[in-house]
Design a binder for this molecule. Sequence first.
Ligand code: DQA
Length: 146
Amino acid sequence: MKFLIVNGPNLNMLGIREPEVYGSMTYEELVYFLHEQAVALGVEIEVFQSNCEGEIVNEIQRAYRRIDGIIINPAAYTHTSIAILDALKAVSIPAAEVHLSDVTKREEFRQVSYAGMACEFHFIGEGKQGYINAMKALKEKLEAAH
Ligand code: DQA
């Protein structure tokens, strides 16, 4: 079972950007944690980060017929990108949305999630654990389907 984990703009700045919102964990530490937890869960992962919307769309398209589940934190593109929503719908791979912070309690402009409209699962405000809960939810769903 292979999952693609996609992280959007500025998540490479974790540990530096707004630590009062996102904490002190660096992006490298997050990626290390994800690989460790994937091994523990018995799933394979690919982790991709980009600050560019089109590159995220390309990566989602590349997942077609290759990847069993997508876990996506589109960061700021969550609230703006219909292209990412359309890409998720196009490949029709089961998907989970993750946000480190609790966007529901933040600014008004963060209250819409386009990408989330193509996701079956949502883990919001659970920090790095959200990614693990997303892996577990997708794994259970895929196992139930077999
Ligand atoms: C975020 C929330 C977004 O609103 C923000 O633009 C981000 C990170 C989160 O993980 O909490 O960059 O997706």
